[in-house]
Ligand binder design. Sequence first.
Ligand code: DC
Length: 226
Amino acid sequence: MDKIVSVAIDGPAAAGKSTVAKKVAKALGFTYIDTGAMYRAFTYAVISKGLDPQSELLSNSLIGQVNIELLDDGTVLCNGEDVTRQIREPLVSGNVSYIASYKEIRLALVEMQRAMAHSKSVVMDGRDIGTYVLPNAEVKIYQMASVETRAVRRYEENIAKGIPTSLEDVMEDVRKRDYIDSHRAFAPLKPAADSVLLDTSHMSVDEAVENVLRIVKEKTGVEGKC
Ligand code: DC
């Protein structure tokens, strides 16, 4: 059996991690794991039960009752329900940072993430993959871009998906999430000491993918086919 390789891609909201990570995974023949989608699905579960996501106690009460599945085609299931679209809507986006700051919920989701990376090669994107979830990942990338670039990208993504938002609201949401994600007490967003910084502010998606594949080749010898 080929050696199991983990590629961790961390960085702030809307830095284009998932777009790049998906393409890198495809080129390498690895499984792509979107950990942000897991925090989003948990947030959806809290809201749809009528609980307040700003209450840690109430949100924690769902631990063990939320079954999240990430299908290979990108579909996200939450207790069997297809929530792929709902988890990108403003109600979830505006509350997910609260859920992601609760330690007990993080521990439950991290356990699932580690199990996923245990048996197969993965490209996993998130905020704490290189620092906490997979500290021994062979490749660690910290992908970033300016707030303005990220807000415009997320805004255009929303428009393309038919999700109505304004650029100002998206910018505000990105700033707010940057702050909460990097200031939380447990496993905050920060580059791992051994990560490679990749600033994609002036890069196309293909250029970012090529850069990541080059780093993967340098670190592991594994070559991707675009
Ligand atoms: O990448 P995203 O925007 O879908 O992430 C949604 C939220 O989940 C974001 O506010 C940060 C949080 N998150 C996290 O804390 N840890 C991860 N590994 C992934 C996402």
